[in-house]
Design a protein around this ligand. Structure first.
Ligand code: HH2
Length: 286
């Protein structure tokens, strides 16, 4: 928990999260056959819900349920299929666990159904959209909203990522989105920002964003970061085949130091352990 941070509130329907506080861990449940790291590990809703309950036991503060892979080159999933994948899992989790459930979707209709099924946060990797239907839904439902930066779409984003200055362009994007969200009726307290590691970025862009995280903290909203098992970790470390957990933990500890409050991860127990150690040491700094 970095010192001297001013108080922030993140509201997501019935949940109110007050910062500064120990960093939060968001466990990833991908109900997809093709996610880059854990695709196919949840063959049915029951096993996905069991995995979510296990993540909560391991210390997850939030769960993120997704039914459409956004890995580079991924093809969009039809709405009916995405609904079929995520809704039973969200319903089961809402009946079994008490932590906020987020739905990882770019489709307003999926978000609407997920909120009705018990989700309280919309994790929108498509926050670079122009259409405001998602934001009006967030405004009317009182859901929390993760506004993630992406250049392009998952199908094309890794073709030619291009920035003059990736940190200031992502920062400008956040400022601009906050304005658009407010016009749509979303309150600032509902919003979390995410720089979108790997979404229309080269390895160098990802590293520059991780090095520049502090410049986003002055926006006054919590930051969420998703580095878990991503390919840039293998490229930097020269270990392209491994699961890349340790490299992700290094990013996590440094990002927590820079003021990131929420970590989206496949590896909940490891991430919780790394964060609690870093926080215990930081609390003793003079
Ligand atoms: N990364 C992925 C998916 N959703 N949401 C946010 N807010 N931030 C991220 O960094 C992020 C995200 C990609 O990871 P994963 O879900 O493991 O893979 P896939 O998209 O292939 O299902």
């Amino acid at each position: 928990m970095p010192a001297l941070l001013s108080k922030m509130i993140f509201r997501a329907r019935q949940f109110e999260l007050v910062f500064p506080r120990p960093a939060l861990v968001m466990g990833i449940i991908n109900v997809t056959p093709d996610s880059f790291s854990d695709g196919g590990t949840c063959p049915d809703a029951e096993s996905a819900a069991a995995q979510g309950a296990e993540m909560v036991r391991a210390g997850a503060d939030l769960l993120d349920v997704g039914g459409e892979s956004t890995r580079p080159g991924a093809k969009p999933v039809p709405m009916e299929e995405e609904l079929r994948r995520v809704l039973p899992v969200i319903e089961m989790l809402a009946a079994r666990i008490k932590v906020p459930i987020s739905v990882d979707t770019m489709k307003p209709a999926v978000a609407r159904a997920a909120l009705a099924a018990g989700a309280s946060i919309v994790n929108d990797v498509g926050a670079n959209r122009e259409d405001d239907a998602m934001w009006r839904l967030v405004a009317e439902s009182g859901a929390g909203y993760v506004a993630m930066h992406m250049q392009g779409t998952p199908a094309t984003m890794q073709e030619h990522p291009r920035y003059e200055d990736v940190v200031s362009e992502v920062r400008d994007f956040f400022c601009g989105r906050l304005g658009r969200l407010k016009v749509a009726g979303v309150r600032e307290e509902q919003v979390v920002f995410d720089p979108g590691i790997g979404f229309g970025k080269t390895v160098e862009h990802n590293l520059q964003l991780l090095a520049g995280l502090r410049s986003f903290t002055s926006l006054g909203r919590p930051l969420l970061l998703g580095v878990s098992r991503k390919s840039f970790i293998g490229k930097v470390s020269g270990m392209t085949d491994g699961e890349r957990v340790s490299g992700g933990l290094a990013c996590t500890v440094l990002a927590a130091e820079a003021g990131v409050e929420i970590f989206r991860t496949h590896d909940v127990a490891e991430t919780v352990q790394a964060l609690r150690m870093a926080e215990a040491i930081r609390a003793r700094r003079t």
